[in-house]
Each structure stands twice: as C-alpha cells, then as structure tokens.
Design a binder for this molecule. Structure first.
Ligand SMILES: Nc1ncnc2c1ncn2[C@@H]1O[C@H](COP(=O)(O)OP(=O)(O)OP(=O)(O)O)[C@@H](O)[C@H]1O
Ligand SMILES: [Mg+2]
Length: 276
C-alpha cells in the first residue's frame, strides 16, 4: 500500500513543487496520473520510489515512511520504468540485461536463469541481440521486461507508451494489464487519454503540484471541471458522448454514458433495434 499524507516536496529548499498531496493506492490497483507538463507527476513517482523525500508530510510504503527505508528495500518493492528506456539499459546483450538485476543482488541461480528464459520466450526476444541496436519499441519492452523479471509487487511506469506506435503500445500495455491481473500494483503516468481510458481503473489528475481529482477513470474523465483544471482532453469516445449529451436533451442513457467504442456500438445497436 502506498500512502501520501499531506506531502509537500521541493528540489531546492525555496520552491515547493508539490503541495499538500494526499492519496492512498491499495495493493492490486491500476492507477494513472494525468495532468499538464510540470504538474508534478514525475515528482510524485520519485517520491514513491524514494529517490526524493518529502519536505513535509509523509510517504508511506506498506506503512513505513520512505525516510526510514533503504533504497535497496524500496527497489525490491518497486520496479521503475523511466520515460526513456535507454536510461536503464546498460548491458551488451538482451540476456545480460535481463539478468542484470539478479547479478547486482548476487542472486543468479537456476531459478533466476529459468525466469529470464521464460521472459525471453514470452516477449519474443533474441537473447543475443545488442540492446542499443533494437528499435525504440523493443527497447521499451526490454526495459519493462528487465523490471518485471524481478517480480516486484509494484511497478511504476513514467509515460510507458510515449514514442511507441499503436502496435508497440498495445503490446506494452497488454503486458502491463496481464501483470495487474496477476496482482501487481500498477502506477502509471500517461499523457495519452486513450491508453488511460482503455487500461487504468482509477485516475489521479494533477495540476500545479496538487491533486485536483481522484476517482474511477471515467468519472474523472467525464468531469468537465476537472478536464479544464488539468488541461486534459478525454478519450475521443468520451468526448463524443459528452458532446452528444450537451446537444441532445433526450439521449438514451447507454449512449450518453458510453465510455468505450464497444459500449457505444452496443448502445447504438440497441437503439436501432428499438430497445429504448
Ligand atoms: N530535477 C529537478 N530540479 C528542479 N526542478 C525540477 C526538477 N524536476 C522537475 N522540476 C520541477 O518540478 C515541477 C514538476 O515537475 P515534474 O517533472 O514532476 O512534472 P510532470 O507532471 O512530470 O511534467 P511532464 O508531463 O512534463 O513530465 C516543474 O516545475 C519542474 O520544472
Ligand atoms: Mg514527467
């Protein structure tokens, strides 16, 4: 469990970039942080993984303040995917890269080798490939694989889909969804509201270092006040149903409330069949 209790944080002593931020993320949640550039999302991620400590308030991981936890203890609990995968790739081959976390901990036994082989198979990697020669999407997948091979209970993903094409994005997010379905807590920063709408169960919207909304994904993404405050556009399908809602007084409820293309199509088919 990750708890922020009235957290204020700054990079230098004068200027706070996070003000009085409070929220709780429970084990198994899939939460997306959204908001404009400079809102404080990456700073929040750095506070979660202990790279930054609060100047006031507390960040608690499983009830322990990060100020009392060692970096190595936090690293075992959290896998952190940087926005730029190249920042966490450092080995000469894919296999070495996937073994790197275990090597650092001095734990390369048969179980670890088997786990690496299973991931190589699952991701379709060539173990002898040189990481820096892979394309951007595959490097992102490798960075993700090098985190999940350690089986951390929490993964933190700072803009995991930036720079990926649609297919790469679906592949990365499909793996993230599988992880979450297996019980891993997922905390993600994401600018792409289509991805947020498709994958996250809960959205925390930030602006100017503060939380302006926290709730189930489509409750937040349908709230025009929040969208305006956080300068975000909802997923296109939500935008269409919000626009229809504004323009048609008697819109059947399932159309007005559709949050996905599937829901919208089903609602339209029902209307066509005379269901409303
Ligand atoms: N290393 C740093 N040193 C000083 N100030 C920083 C540092 N990193 C971020 N900031 C400042 O902290 C504030 C919040 O930045 P942060 O990176 O958390 O925003 P963000 O929501 O992740 O933005 P983006 O969407 O652009 O990634 C900004 O005003 C930023 O300039
Ligand atoms: Mg950021």
């Amino acid at each position: 469990m990750i708890e922020f209790a009235q957290v204020t944080a700054s990079y230098d002593d004068d200027l706070a970039v996070l003000h009085d931020v409070s929220f709780t993320i429970n084990d198994g949640d899939f939460v997306a942080f959204v908001g404009t550039n400079g809102a404080g999302k990456s700073t929040t991620m750095r506070l979660i993984n202990g790279l930054l400590k609060p100047s006031a308030g507390e960040v608690l991981i499983d009830k322990m303040p990060t100020t009392q936890l060692k970096t190595s203890e936090l690293a075992r609990k959290m896998g952190f995917l940087f926005q730029n995968p190249d920042r966490q790739i450092c080995c000469n081959t894919v296999r070495e890269e996937l073994l790197f976390g275990f090597s650092v901990q001095g734990e390369v036994g048969q179980a670890e080798l088997d786990r690496v082989d299973a991931l190589i198979e699952q991701f379709g990697f060539n173990p002898d490939d040189e990481p820096y020669l892979l394309n951007r999407g595959t490097r992102q997948l490798l960075a993700l694989a090098s985190i999940i091979v350690m089986e951390p209970p929490v993964v933190i993903l700072d803009e995991p889909t930036t720079g990926l094409d649609y297919r790469e994005c679906e592949k990365v997010m499909g793996i993230v969804r599988q992880l979450n379905e297996g019980g891993t807590t997922v905390v993600m920063v994401c600018h792409d509201m289509e991805v947020v709408g498709d994958f996250a169960q809960r959205v925390i919207a930030m602006t100017a270092g503060q939380v302006v909304a926290d709730g189930p994904t489509f409750e937040v993404l349908r709230n025009s006040e929040v969208l305006k405050a956080a300068h975000i556009l909802p997923p296109q399908i939500t935008e269409i149903s919000l626009a229809l809602n504004q323009n048609c007084a008697q819109l059947p409820l399932p159309i007005a409330q559709a949050n996905t293309v599937d829901e919208m199509v089903c609602a339209l088919v029902d209307v066509e069949k005379g269901g409303f």
